[in-house]
Design a protein around this ligand. Structure first.
Ligand SMILES: Cc1ncc(COP(=O)(O)O)c(C=O)c1O
Length: 435
């Protein structure tokens, strides 16, 4: 059996209709360098999806490779339950330094979903063990339709993408859910409208709300929907006013993707709890962190027998190799002036995207920093328009993934201007060929 046959015999792929997969020609990636992946036949592909939104400085970057090798000579893994390790400590210090002011404690895990499970459990427990016992009714979460926070049951409960989540409804806890104010084709509420709906809901449900949960600036997995400018800062102001915690899920938007290190910076927002993952390790190893404000951390302190402990932890929490990779990735942001280059690419991307207005089927173009989408809303799900365009792009050596009828642009931060132009020209050609 060759690798393709063995894959089809043994692997169940995520987010994949396996009946189609078994009948398709599949690409098996064998190696990578910079912004390119190479398959078993040596064919080269530009990684237009950052290997699912994680690759920052390119693949197999010598600086991160060296850091992992160096760490490997010292310590592979040791638990954070009852022990600590140096890379986890150094990284926590760096994260507190880099994230919005007020976030002062770092709880590690290994995926975006787990970072969000931790966020919601901390927020829930925080109110339950409130010292004045005045807030124990605060058990619910305020969420936005079309949010995506991961695939574990808690994070699915916070989410609102029907295609992924509807079937699990009976398993989920109930939230107070608002229609999404984020923009897509046919849905573009103004900031004033969106903020008014949010305020009304917070006012009505303040006694029972533990936290508002949102993806700052961009709802990613729903199809790259973009928030009205000012919505995030309005959310911060209103959460403070109605005594509701603000949880920001920076799993997709964190680490430079929107042009600033964190999306929250763009509206000068400091959430009470923030989740990061994906790009944290530069795209190398599974690593996530949930950061909290000091008042939340302090609320969990008490006598051993008080049971205020946060009884939560994943086996690989604070893995030294992953933390070493993350530290090296953060060093590269400085060393390679990544954000400066990203901001140049953001202008170029804007220019290139405007060319797509000439294609009548592209009805909505959205961009926030280096995250963008082209929406072709006139097709039905069964048309698989996104899949078809992405399949066409593979022939030209470009890897992209659709979200329904949205084509997603999420290249590594280190993409060179000429590679970005190439990527968009291939997309243009493939849309024209396919529609
Ligand atoms: C905003 C957001 N939160 C959480 C997650 C879940 O992360 P993971 O797949 O690492 O569990 C994702 C994944 O796409 C995401 O985009």
């Amino acid at each position: 059996m060759n690798y393709s046959e063995k894959d089809k015999k043994y692997i169940w792929h995520p987010f994949t209709q396996m009946q189609d997969w078994e009948n398709d020609d599949i690409i098996i990636i064998d190696r990578a360098r910079g912004n390119y992946l190479y398959d078993l036949n040596g064919k080269k592909y530009l990684d237009g999806v950052s290997s699912l939104w994680v690759t920052m400085h390119g693949h197999c970057h010598p600086h991160i490779n060296r850091a992992i090798k160096k760490q490997l000579r010292k310590l592979d893994h040791s638990t954070l339950l009852g022990l600590s390790n140096t890379p986890a400590i150094e990284l926590a210090e760096k994260l507190v330094e880099l994230t919005p002011r007020g976030l002062s404690r770092v709880f590690y895990s290994d995926a975006g979903s787990t970072a969000m499970e931790i966020a919601l459990k901390i927020a829930y427990q925080y109110w339950q063990q409130d010292k004045n016992k005045k807030h124990q009714a605060k058990r619910k979460f305020l969420t936005l339709k079309e949010s995506y926070h991961g695939d574990t049951i808690g994070s699915v409960s916070l989410g609102g993408v029907d295609m992924y989540h509807a079937i699990y409804q009976p398993l989920l806890f109930k939230t107070v859910q608002l229609p999404t104010p984020y923009h897509r084709y046919g849905n573009e509420p103004s900031l004033e409208e969106a903020a008014a709906v949010l305020e009304k809901t917070l006012q009505k449900h303040q006694q029972e709300l533990a936290a508002l949960v949102l993806e700052p600036l961009v709802q990613g997995a729903a199809g790259i929907y973009t928030a009205p400018r000012g919505y995030l800062s309005a959310a911060r102001r209103l959460c403070t006013k109605y005594n509701v915690l603000l949880i920001c899920d920076e799993v997709a938007v964190g680490f430079g993707r929107t042009g600033t290190m964190f999306a929250c910076e763009q509206e000068k927002v400091a959430p009470d709890i923030m989740a990061v993952a994906k790009g944290l390790s530069g795209g190398y190893l599974p690593l996530a962190a949930t950061l909290t404000a000091e008042k939340i951390y302090n609320n969990f302190k008490g006598k051993f027998e008080s049971l205020r402990t946060f009884y939560h932890g994943h086996t690989y929490t604070g893995n030294p190799l992953a933390c070493a990779a993350a530290l090296a990735s953060l060093e590269l942001f400085k060393k390679e002036r990544t954000l400066e280059k990203v901001n140049k690419n953001i202008s170029l991307l804007k220019e290139e995207l405007s060319k797509f207005r000439k294609i009548p089927q592209v009805k909505h173009i959205r961009q926030r920093g280096m995250i963008a989408a082209l929406e072709l809303p006139d097709y039905e799900y069964k048309d698989k328009i996104g899949h078809k365009i992405c399949a066409a792009a593979r022939k030209y050596g470009l890897l992209i993934r659709p979200l329904g009828s949205n084509l997603v642009i999420m290249p590594p931060l280190a993409i060179k201007p000429k590679e970005l132009k190439y990527m968009l020209s291939i997309m243009y050609k493939c849309i024209q060929e396919t529609v």
